[in-house]
Design a protein around this ligand. Structure first.
Ligand code: SF4
Length: 236
């Protein structure tokens, strides 16, 4: 969390605790309880809803319209609102619009990962990218395909005109390093342009990357130096 985000968080918590004690009223609520539905399929004993039903008091089951929810969020987000809670006396997951409500609350689809208000890397529709987060296989496959296509596009941007085996080496390095770091391998790129593949292999060995990626680097160096395929090395 950076300094601005830390200060924002502290301001939020300070308002939460101090405003009631000092009898201060903000221009706009710090926190909103938004009741998206009064429906629930349970009857927990401690729930006021259960008690109302038990006593036979009138209780109307309603669902908030998505447009109303969006209107509340649109009117609140730039006025000092820090947090929302999506239930009061109902089970919000019963509302068929709940997924779209949350998407709308997250401010729409974020194509790029950004740091949220408390410093958590976030992307898509409010997805937190945390160490230990689960990545389902279809998502991992889509990410791999995207990164692989990027590596191929990056390779094509260099106009290296290599045979398949050596092309595979550079695509692998671009996938692993990204184009910005790969461009720092200036001597390697110059050797390839000069068609000096043994020298290019030497440049790969003479880099920090070679020590960092272990066997992967040794294999790629062999492929570059000897014009060997990945499979021919694996089969030995
Ligand atoms: S609203 Fe919540 S607490 Fe009340 S009955 Fe439903 S699940 Fe239980």
């Amino acid at each position: 969390m950076n300094l601005t985000q830390n200060l924002k968080w502290l301001r939020y918590r300070a308002k939460w605790y101090l405003n009631p004690q000092l009898h201060l009223v903000s221009k706009f609520p710090t926190h909103l309880d938004i009741e998206t539905t009064t429906a629930c399929n349970l009857k927990c004993t401690m729930c006021p809803r259960t008690q109302i039903l038990k006593l036979g008091k009138p209780y109307e089951v309603k669902f908030m319209e998505l447009n109303l929810f969006k209107k509340i969020i649109d009117q609140s987000k730039d006025r000092g609102l820090f947090a929302i809670n999506l239930n009061a006396s109902g089970e919000p997951l019963i509302n068929k619009d709940i997924a779209e409500m949350i998407r709308s609350h997250e401010g729409g689809y974020a194509e790029k990962v950004y740091l949220d208000s408390v410093g958590v890397p976030t992307g898509g529709w409010g997805h937190a990218f945390l160490v230990g987060s689960r990545i389902p296989l279809p998502v991992a496959t889509a990410l791999f395909d995207m990164d692989f296509r990027t590596a191929i596009d990056d390779y094509n941007s260099f106009n290296l005109d290599l045979c398949e085996n050596r092309k595979a080496v550079i695509v692998d390095m671009l996938f692993n390093l990204g184009i910005v770091r790969f461009k720092t391998f200036k001597k390697l790129i110059a050797r390839i342009h000069a068609r000096d593949f043994s020298g290019a292999a030497d440049e790969m060995v003479d880099s920090k990357w070679y020590g960092q990626v272990g066997k992967r680097a040794q294999m790629l160096v062999k492929m570059m130096r000897e014009d060997r395929s990945y499979k021919s090395i694996m089969e030995v």
